[in-house]
Structure formats: C-alpha cells, structure tokens
Design a protein around this ligand. Structure first.
Ligand code: BES
Ligand code: MN
Ligand code: ZN
Length: 505
C-alpha cells in the first residue's frame, strides 16, 4: 500500500475510488460536516440508513462533480480521539474499504477529530490511523478452488481540507511510515501463524526467516539436525524427534549500533504444530495448534518492522522450531534430556514442549550476545483460563523491565497482565532426578511454565509473554480478525524504539 498526505484539498479534488468520511452521531443528525458532505449525508440520516454510531460504516455510491465514487461514511466518537480510538476507527475504515473492493481510498481527516496541539502529536495520530487501517484491511488467506479474483487496496490518501504547516506534514509523514511498517509487520506475523501445519514445517519457517533477513540485510543462520547435535541442543532435538520433518534453530541478527553490545534478545516459540506428542491432546480444537508458532511469528514480525525503521539498537532474534508429533521415534514421558545450557530436564508430559524448545532458544540467544531477553510463546492453556483471549500473561525476573513493556503495550493498544513470580513458584520446578521438571501440576501453570523458561536466562533481565490466549482468536474483535492476530508486534516494536530515545536523549 502506498500512503500519501495532502492538505488544502476539497472533496471535488479527490480522485480515489472511495472517500472515507468520519462523522459523529450529532453531525449525522444535524449537519455541520462540510458544505460538500452535508447534503449527501442528510438523506441517509433521514432514511435511517446511517446514524453515525461510532465504528459503524455505511457505503454509498455518489456522483461528485460528474465522477462516480464510493462514499464510506464512518461513525466516529465525539471530540478529539485518542490513539486507541483512532486505531479502532481506522480499522473499521479498512474493513469497509476491503469489502467494497476498491483499489484506492482517501480518508478525510477533520480537524475536530485529531488534535494537533496537545499531548497527541500529528505523528502519533498518523501512526495510529495507518496501523489501524492496515490491521483492519487484513484478509485471511483461503485455499478454495473457485475463488473470485480480489482487488487489492493499493493507494491511501489522507486529506485535510485546511492548510497544513511543514511541521505537521513532517510529523504526519513519519507517523505514516512507522504505522505502515508496524502494521505490515503485524500482518506478516498473522500470515505465518495462519498457515496450516502442512504448509509451514520447521524448514519452511526457517526459509521465511531467511527471506526476512535477505529483504532487510540481516545476518541469518539456520541450524539443521547436524548443527543442533553439534551444539548440544538436546531440548529442541528431543521435541523434534518424533517428526519426519526435522527441527531447526533459527537466528537473525540486526545490528543498529557500531558495536555488538547491549543486545536485545527476542526468542519465539516455533512449534509448527502441536499434537501434544505421546501425551496426546484431545481431538476437539486441535486444529488451532497450527498457531503454536505464534511467538515465532511475533518476533519475526518485530524484525521485519525493525528492518524498515532501522533504529539504532542491537537485536538478536532466535526461533527454536519443531513439530511436536507422536511416532516410534518421539520423546516420551520419563525421558531425561540435556539442554544446551547443560541443565537436564525430566520430561513428565510431552505436551509441555514449548518450554523445552525455549530453554535452548534462550540459552542460544545468550550465546549470541543477548543481554536482555524477551520470550514470546503460546505456552499454556492455563493463561486462557486466567485471562481469556483478552490479555497476554507476563512473567518476569525484572519488574521495571516488564513495566516498560506494559507502558508500550498501552501506547500500542495491546493488553498485558503481569503474574507474580514468588520463590514458592520457582520451587515447583524442582525434580528428583534432573535439574528441572517440565510439568508442575495445574495450579499456577502459566507462572511455572514461564519461570521454567526464565531459568535459562541465568539472571539476565527477562520478560516472558504467554500469548496462548491472544495469538489466535475464534472470532474477530476490534482491529483483530478471526484467526491469527500478530499480537505484541506493536508492543515490542514500540518498546525497542523507545530504547533509542532513551539512549539519544
Ligand atoms: N501449545 C500448548 C498451549 C496452548 C493451549 C496454546 C491452548 C494455545 C491454546 C502447549 O504446548 C501445551 O500443550 N501446554 C500444556 C502444558 C501442560 C501439559 C503442562 C497445557 O497448557 O495444557
Ligand atoms: Mn503442547
Ligand atoms: Zn505447544
């Protein structure tokens, strides 16, 4: 999608296929949008086809100065909108535009909706609107034989009827490109997560990561079984053993500073399908386990965003990827495996495989220089019981670090809820025969699962995100479609960008 901005433009000068016009309920009833729009809106309101209810849209063809256009009326809340409201509103615009099948659209930005003076800068507003539009216009791919050909949205124009100054234009333009980078990176994560298990094997995920690396000029490295054995990545090897599609350890490196220090490590669970292995899952709903590489998709999405934005930070991304299936060669309950860290794990349940692959992932990220760690994983069903599909659960060994990420999540319009990590929870990880056990009973499962992974951080600042509830939705909500959400690409990218400002201020 190509994004542009124009000021001092009247509706007659806009030549896109569709024009999106945000209006309030009050304006819909009483007029006062503009001289051009009021007469067109009035009959719609009178016939009750459209009443301006926030986040509802109504599509209506019109001829304007002899040119036929689709008008997309978009209900908006009264007054100046917050970033979150702008993102949501724009997502509705995106949905309506995609449904209408237009190739180009203009979005009118009323000066009564976006405040250019107070705490919200033009940059923030443009970023929120652009992200929202991209997130809302996402289409989940399908594989039907006789699918009708789809028109793609290619051009979006923001237009303002008033004049704009250079400062405004610069801020808005920067916000637009940030929003586009982050929005599209989120859609990349969604696309990967939505791929079924037969279309995304560990090697395919490695290839996808290599594509991201190539496109953005990152250093990349993929370890196959031989490499895994050589390094001693016994955790990932154990989980991958049951599949004829072998595991991979994937690493990307983005160096935005002169020296390779103060490195942020991002680790994502990349289980391309989780049957539970020998500790088999029940059949009902198992198809959703195509999303068990959602954490990997998120960290890869963040890398894509960084590749476009190119902030002055160092980031290493690691994805341990395997397929957790059952066969004669699969790992079994009772097995003891030795991880890359040298720590041993007593496997009590092969369905608690995520923490085992992440153990090697976290150690590897450390070996590659990470000094702070964030891991993202669809780790436990327990987080779904605790927080539903509404909030991501978080566990940490560094409260300040987590608070920074929570602050970013608020800016990004995502929800994270912290869980406690009292010493008593750490105690539950003890095994009689190994350094750790991989199952600790149902109580506090999200916390113990997280702390298991955190053990491998060896005291480095670490935050764990359990996205089992938020990575994949059973029905669309807000800016998110049914299926993969690309959750946390926005939050983590926001936090990383903040690190640059922290250094440069
Ligand atoms: N991938 C699952 C967790 C999951 C559940 C993700 C629901 C998305 C939706 C994970 O590998 C798993 O099976 N966890 C077990 C751990 C248990 C055996 C300790 C669980 O939560 O039941
Ligand atoms: Mn599992
Ligand atoms: Zn899993």
């Amino acid at each position: 999608m190509k994004w542009t901005l124009q000021g001092s433009l009247s509706s007659g000068q806009v030549h896109t296929d569709a024009i999106i016009i945000p209006v309030t309920k009050k304006q819909t009833a009483e007029g006062g949008v503009s001289e051009a729009w009021d007469p067109l809106l009035k009959p719609l309101a009178e016939s009750r086809l459209f009443d301006g209810t926030p986040n509802r849209s109504f599509v209506w063809p019109e001829s304007i100065e002899g040119e036929s256009r689709l008008l997309i009326w978009l209900g908006r809340p009264e007054g100046i909108l917050t970033s979150e409201q702008l993102r949501l509103l724009s997502a509705q615009a995106g949905k309506a535009a995609v449904k209408s099948g237009v190739r180009s659209a203009a979005i009118q930005i009323p000066n009564t909706m976006v405040n250019f003076t107070a705490e919200q800068t033009p940059q923030d507003a443009a970023q929120a609107l652009t992200e929202g539009f991209i997130l809302g216009s996402y289409r989940k791919p399908h594989y039907k034989r006789d699918a009708a050909e789809q028109t793609n949205l290619e051009e979006i124009l923001y237009y303002i009827e008033e004049d704009m100054d250079a400062e405004f234009e610069a801020g808005w333009t920067k916000g637009m490109s940030l929003g586009a980078a982050i929005g599209e990176a989120t859609c990349l994560a969604r696309d990967l997560t939505n791929l079924p298990g037969n279309m995304l094997l560990p090697e395919d995920l490695a290839q996808k990561a290599l594509q991201v690396a190539k496109r953005n000029g990152f250093e990349a490295q993929v370890l196959d079984e031989e490499g895994l054995v050589e390094k001693g990545m016994g955790g990932l090897l154990a989980v991958g053993k049951g599949s004829i599609h072998p595991p991979r350890m994937i690493a990307l490196r983005y160096q935005g500073r002169e020296t390779w220090e103060d490195v942020i490590g991002l680790v994502g669970k990349g289980v391309t399908f989780d049957t539970g292995g020998v500790s088999l899952k029940r059949a009902s709903g198992m198809e959703d386990m195509i999303s068990d590489m959602g954490g990997a998709a998120t960290v890869l999405g963040v890398m894509e965003a960084l590749g476009r934005i190119r902030p002055r930070v160092n980031v290493v991304m690691v994805i341990p990827s395997a397929e957790n299936v059952m066969s004669g060669s699969a790992f079994k309950p009772g097995d003891i495996v030795t991880t890359l860290s040298g720590r041993t794990i007593e496997v009590l349940n092969t369905d608690a495989e995520g923490r085992i692959v992440l153990a090697d992932g976290v150690t590897y990220a450390k070996q590659l220089g990470a000094s702070r760690l964030i891991d993202v994983a669809t780790l436990t069903g327990a987080v779904v019981s605790a927080l539903g599909d509404i909030a991501t659960g978080a566990v940490t060994n560094d409260e300040t670090f987590l608070q920074e990420l929570i602050t970013s999540s608020r800016r990004a319009g995502e929800k994270i809820w912290p869980l406690p990590s009292y010493p008593e929870f750490w105690d539950k990880l003890k095994s009689e025969v190994a350094d750790l056990r991989n199952q600790t009973g149902r109580e506090g499962g999200t916390i113990t699962g997280g702390l298991f992974v955190g053990t491998f951080a060896d005291g480095l600042p670490w935050v764990h995100f359990d996205i089992a509830g938020t990575a994949y939705l059973s029905k669309e909500r807000g800016v998110d479609p049914k299926g993969a959400t690309g959750v946390l690409v926005r939050t983590i990218t926001d936090w990383i960008l903040k690190q640059v400002q922290v250094v440069m201020d």
